[in-house]
Design a protein around this ligand. Structure first.
Ligand code: PMP
Length: 557
């Protein structure tokens, strides 16, 4: 590695010019330095800071992204999607009419497009017939290319094939060619079980990893992606990046989507995404249009297609669009993995018979205040995958019991102001949970509505050692809560006993339910646990869906 790395491979113009200097962000000073407006644009209430230019790299955003990818802030350049990172790499390192990049087709076309725009040549080291990377071929092409080759773009999982690269190909290239940038485009990394190369940035000053928030984090419309690399490489790229690439609303959207409490919800979505990929691969093998499905570690499947025109007509009938690669990859098309319902429509278009099942009643609620940051995801029709973390051990245990006995799946994560006390966390989680459950119930068509012991409309009896809790529930849409019981002590573990009735009061408000509880016992832990289990057992029949009837003479609930 040269002492002047990476200046020795950068474009001369980039080394020569002074970066455009302009203030971004705002301090407490009176800012008359950037010809901005002193007034917020209307509507005045929602546009804090919009009249001021943003920082080139907003510090809080960079810190969050560094944490997300497990690297240091100085190792990150954030821009408008991974696309902008590719553009900036070309503009920083490739001299027009002189330098080149290397790619491994079939792969993401934008590498070559950016090279063409910059006036750089694209050299090719194609994937093998099975779409695996040929490390020897790549190395041989680099050796014969000479000094003008500046960047090798490798994509893993690769778009459009879905294959991942063997890690030793990357590390061998980084070692053998220390003065060439080895760029790994990991736009689809979250869908793969392979480790990210981001953790190897410290070892290899010529390694660059690209990540995006467009796919796994649902932010394609916000435009946010990063390059992760040695700080010296990042500093050069920041000279070329425009002064204000990240609009304030984009920063706000990204920070909201990446709020720590939301991470378990992203994980739950990814799990569903991957299971849908498996289901789609299996189901599509029954389609008469599909002769081969390539294994994929991304959120798409590459397919070999026959009777392509007939398939396109069928897709048109269902208004489903898939990516047609026939011009560059004969007989191949790529289908993205959508939601279960979207995938069912796609399967119908492919002529695959799908068992008509009612979509699972899933919903999310996200609630962020100065006191708590909460994300909840529920599935009323699948109890698997429950994961709870509120920071209060006893409360986690109770919520788990509620979900288990209620027969619903619950992902709930909260970062609350426990340094004050447990009140805000317990109350706000109850409110968010009720909101998510209410959203999942929708119009409550087919739902049982009531929870008690049949047939005499008696409250449900929940025994626990010496304790007995009686519970009755009505998902009437009218919030109310009655609680009878006196706890012998004021806490169970780290959970204040007075918060037990308050939890159910808060839950009833956002769930829109009448909850009645009467508990007797000698042990506070037993009594609180019996209440949560009992309400869970009562919710199970109230949530259970059979048919489509709305259980009310009013016709609405
Ligand atoms: N790399 C690959 C391999 C991609 O498929 C895409 C988008 N299709 C990108 C990068 C660009 O992503 P972004 O939305 O972050 O610009």
């Amino acid at each position: 590695m040269s002492k002047t790395w990476p200046d020795n491979i950068a474009r001369k113009a980039v080394l020569g010019f002074k970066p455009y200097s302009a203030r971004g962000g705002a301090t407490n000073a009176l800012h008359l330095d950037a010809n901005e407006s002193p007034w917020a644009p209307p509507p005045v209430t929602q546009t804090g800071g919009f009249n001021r230019y943003p920082e080139q790299q907003p510090a809080a955003l960079i810190a969050r992204l560094a944490d997300l990818y497990g690297v240091k802030p100085a190792q990150i350049m954030a821009g408008r999607g991974a696309d902008e990172a590719i553009e900036v790499l070309l503009r920083t390192f490739c001299e027009a009419g002189q330098d080149s990049i290397l790619t491994c087709p079939p792969t993401f076309g934008y590498f070559e497009t950016c090279a063409a725009i910059q006036g750089a040549q694209t050299l090719l080291a194609p994937l093998r017939a099975d779409f695996s990377y040929d490390g020897d071929l790549i190395a041989a092409e680099i050796r014969s290319a000479g000094r003008g080759l500046k960047i090798v773009f490798l994509c893993s999982p690769n778009n459009p094939t879905g294959h991942v690269i063997e890690p030793n190909i990357v590390t061998d290239l980084c070692q053998e060619f220390p003065e060439i940038l080895i760029v790994i485009d990991e736009a689809y990394a979250e869908f793969s079980s392979a480790d990210s190369f981001a953790c190897q940035i410290n070892q290899y000053p010529n390694l660059v990893v690209l990540r995006t928030l467009s796919k796994a984090y649902s932010l394609a419309g916000a435009r946010m992606g990063v390059a992760i690399a040695d700080p010296r490489v990042i500093n050069l790229m920041l000279k070329v990046l425009p002064p204000y690439p990240i609009a304030r609303p984009v920063e706000q959207a990204v920070m909201a989507a990446l709020t720590p409490a939301a991470m378990p919800v992203h994980e739950a979505r990814l799990k569903l995404w991957k299971s849908e990929r498996t289901r789609m691969a299996k189901a599509l093998s029954a389609s008469s249009y599909v002769t081969k499905i390539y294994p994929s570690e991304a959120n798409f499947l590459l397919l070999d297609i026959v009777e392509d025109e007939a398939l396109l007509r069928a897709l048109g009938k269902y208004q489903v669009k898939i990516r047609d690669f026939r011009q560059t990859l004969p007989g191949k098309m790529r289908v993205s993995i959508g939601s279960p319902q979207e995938n069912d429509i796609a399967l119908s278009a492919f002529g695959v018979e799908v068992k008509v099942v009612r979509p699972a009643r899933t919903a999310e609620a996200h609630r962020k205040t100065k006191e708590t940051d909460i994300a909840v995801r529920v599935n009323l029709d699948d109890a698997a995958g429950t994961k709870i973390d509120t920071g209060i051990g006893f409360y986690d245990h109770m919520l788990e019991a509620l979900a288990k006995h209620g027969g619903f799946g619950l992902v709930l994560s909260c970062q609350g102001d426990l340094e004050i006390d447990a009140h805000h966390t317990i109350e706000d989680c109850a409110l968010a949970l009720g909101t998510a459950l209410s959203r999942a119930l929708g119009d409550k068509a087919g739902a049982g509505r009531f929870g008690f012991t049949m047939p005499l409309l008696k409250p449900l009896l929940m025994p626990m050692d010496e304790t007995q809790a009686q519970v009755a529930i009505d998902l009437s849409g009218r919030p109310s809560m009655t609680f009878k019981g006196a706890f012998p002590t004021d806490h169970a573990g780290d959970f204040p006993a007075e918060m037990c009735p308050h939890f159910f009061e808060s839950l009833s408000q956002t769930l829109g339910a009448s909850i009645q509880i009467d508990v007797e016992g000698d042990n506070t832990h037993h009594m609180i646990e019996a209440c949560f289990k009992g309400v869970g057992r009562a919710l199970a029949p109230a949530f259970k869906r059979e048919g489509t009837d709305i259980a009310s003479t009013k016709g609405v609930l």
